[in-house]
Ligand binder design. Sequence first.
Ligand SMILES: *Cc1c(COP(=O)(O)O)cnc(C)c1O
Length: 395
Amino acid sequence: MRIYADNAATTKMSRQAIEAMLPYMETHFGNPSSLYTLGQEAAEALDAARGRIAARLGCEPREIYFTSGGSEADNQAILSAAAIGARRGKRHIISTAFEHHAVLHTLEKLKKEGYEITLLDVHENGLITAEQVAEAIRDDTCLVTVMYANNEIGTIQPTREIGAVCRARGVLFHTDAVQAVGHLPVDVRQEQIDLLSLSAHKFHGPKGVGALYARRGIPLTSLIEGGAQERGKRAGTENVPGIMGMAAALDEACVKMEADAAYVMGLREQLIEGLAKIPHSALNGDREKRLPGNVSFCFEGIEGESLLLLLDQKGIAASSGSACTSGSLDPSHVLLAIGRVHDVAHGSLRLTLNAENTPEEVQEIITAVEEVVTYLRKISPVWRDLENGKRQYIL
Ligand SMILES: *Cc1c(COP(=O)(O)O)cnc(C)c1O
């Protein structure tokens, strides 16, 4: 692999994060629940990490619960809010059509249990509005869950406005902030967020560790029964090295945030301008309100999977929106949610950059995508029909 451009899928661990983990695997390997010194040292380290993560989000340490990652935090946040709602006879939940599957599949499970789910339509620019949320709230609404920034098209939602609407109406607000934390300034108090999910491997920390922020007084439902770790809300010996790595990665990401975002945004603009020159292509999602490193395009007349595999042969790691499920290629639910028709949604490409990428790499990506798209169109029957006028161009 020469060029890594799939940072929304996962990131390379930073040296600082790795070094923060090593002592907790070698010398300070104790179990934080053990009463002797070795264990208590681990418990103190855990407390310190909790405090550092809380400080970065603007909350109190006791409002942070460590989890195995973003998916678990999403599940626990939503199931907890649903249980609180049910106790008050409120079984209506509002979300959007382009959430991560960790949210959508949890909502589907609740639907089978009798909850009513409203999925808000996403505007073609990949954004929803606080007005849409306000209009959808009912007397029996117990939760609004809207992602902070979308993982495929990078659009940043008006979280602060949505938080204000929810707080005014007395409805819990959860946000899947997995793509945002470490990349955008997030403040749970100022943005009136009640529950927030984050994951370390999306900001150069280790995989398999994340956190759920739950505002004080919101009782969580345990997903895992066992010991009394995480104040009885998440059983199992804490992933001490992972949590230390996460705290170090978050500190580093926050310190470098402004400078990195400015640099990565420059690369993003270079890439968008280059790819936009390919005929019958279109950027997915709002041009301005998007994550610094996110570039998502659709190219008419090609298959995203083929594009991805040929880019891989050229040493470029990217992602296509589509997911291969049960043998059939379904286009991405995110692209369908913003109104891309099936044929167009199939020809999608996501490139997500970070501060280690260079302008030279971006130029190499542009050249490679141009070559591969031209080649794939040459052998595509769909493209031939478009060229012959038997089909209408959409883009
Ligand atoms: C990656 C991701 C998740 C899942 O996080 P894991 O730690 O991999 O479980 C959830 N939501 C969004 C938006 C993501 O990008």
